[in-house]
Design a protein around this ligand. Structure first.
Ligand SMILES: Cc1ncc(COP(=O)(O)O)c(C=O)c1O
Length: 364
């Protein structure tokens, strides 16, 4: 059973009437609660109402949508962008637009379920390469070098924290190949200014399309595809998910744009997040993890014995700390505690978590 929240801030949740220190979710920069972001959303609600109640290709395109698309492309150093109703649907939209346009999809075995689902719906021949198995991927790229290949990967994997070998893939991608990188967990996180892995690696981007969820470090809602103008045009022409659905409310686009502007103006937020990520991974050493140097603001602790995970979650709750035990798709073994950190957690709050986990370990 999951708990139902009665309130939330960047670092706390309220359950019933009790406020708890929380290490949950993916609002990595606290933008979902930032006054400037909320103000931008409120103004757009006044200007545009709750929803355009029309698709982008009829009367649903509003200035905040257009401005956010331009800003995302510029921020990530790519040519063009298109918004989709969610990150999952962004992955779907790219695959839809490439139906009949691919010979083979090479998919990282750890790819996010929305990528796997989208690849399945595309219907092209699909080969998975093993997580972190660079040599198999390179062999496949070589084997299919005369084919129309789409390589599909997350940039930072949200379960393991592993980073995809993006520069290697781009280097060996055939001329007709395309790389889809899901940067949902790296926008606002990877790179000193949070511009994501593709920008951080400074690789040639003519064959790279980035997919994003706006519901993570930007604290808003929705999705986007960012990449070469020709690919974005094809998506607009061929994707039903783009053309025949209602876009995100203009207020959400305005909120995401305000987050992006804050990110540009205050890179110190990203630095605070990096410091907190390091602290979180230090805490992981309590259960024998080596510090990984990972950029992921999440620490997953899997349990073969579900009861043990639930016991630790309950002990944390007794100490006023909320980290639910979850069994989300892809969780190995019996389930996992998923500790998420944000730039807004203070050192004192992180130390509280550390002390509590040490006490609980001593009890167990
Ligand atoms: C890597 C990745 N891609 C896509 C998504 C889906 O994004 P959205 O929730 O905006 O549909 C998620 C969300 O969990 C994700 O972690």
């Amino acid at each position: 059973m999951h708990s139902v929240l009665t309130g939330k801030t960047a670092t706390s949740v309220t359950l019933g009437s009790k406020e708890l220190l929380a290490f949950v979710g993916t609002d990595y920069l606290g933008m979902a609660h930032h006054p400037k972001v909320l103000e931008a959303a409120s103004q757009a609600f006044v200007d545009y109402g709750l929803s355009p109640s029309a698709s982008r290709i009829t009367s649903g395109s509003c200035t905040p949508h257009e401005h956010l698309e331009e800003a995302l492309a510029e921020f990530m150093g790519l040519e063009s962008a298109v918004l989709l109703p969610s990150g999952g649907q962004a992955n779907l939209a790219l695959m839809e637009s490439l139906i009949d346009g691919l010979d083979v999809i090479l998919l990282d075995a750890d790819a996010h379920p929305t990528l796997v689902h989208a690849a399945r719906l595309n219907g092209s021949r699909r080969l998975d390469y093993g997580a972190g198995d660079g040599s198999r991927l390179m062999a496949l790229l070589d084997r299919f070098r005369h084919e129309r290949i789409l390589v599909v990967t997350d940039s930072v994997f949200p379960t393991s924290g592993r980073m995809a070998p993006i520069p290697d893939i781009v280097r060996d991608l055939p001329e007709d190949g395309l790389l889809l990188v899901d940067e949902s967990h790296s926008l606002g996180v990877v790179d000193p200014q949070g511009r994501g892995a593709v920008k951080a690696f400074a690789i040639p981007t003519g064959q790279v399309v980035v997919s994003l969820s706006l519901a993570k470090a930007l604290g808003a809602f929705g999705g986007a595809l960012v990449g070469p103008a020709s690919v974005i045009q094809t998506i607009k022409r061929r994707s039903e998910t783009y053309a025949t659905t209602t876009p995100i409310p203009p207020a959400m686009a305005a909120a995401a744009l305000a987050s992006l502007r804050l990110l540009e103006a205050e890179p110190s937020r990203v630095q605070r997040l990096h410091r907190n990520i390091q602290r979180l991974h230090e805490i992981g050493q309590l259960w024998g993890r080596r510090p990984s140097g990972s950029f992921l603001p999440v620490l997953n602790r899997s349990f073969a014995d579900e009861k043990e995970g639930r016991r630790i979650s309950a002990e944390l709750l007794r100490r006023g700390i909320y980290v639910p035990f979850t069994q989300y798709p892809g969780t190995p073994l019996g389930g996992a505690l998923r500790f998420s950190i944000s730039s807004e957690h203070s050192e004192e709050q992180i130390a509280r978590l550390e002390v509590a986990l040490k006490e609980i370990a001593a009890l167990g």
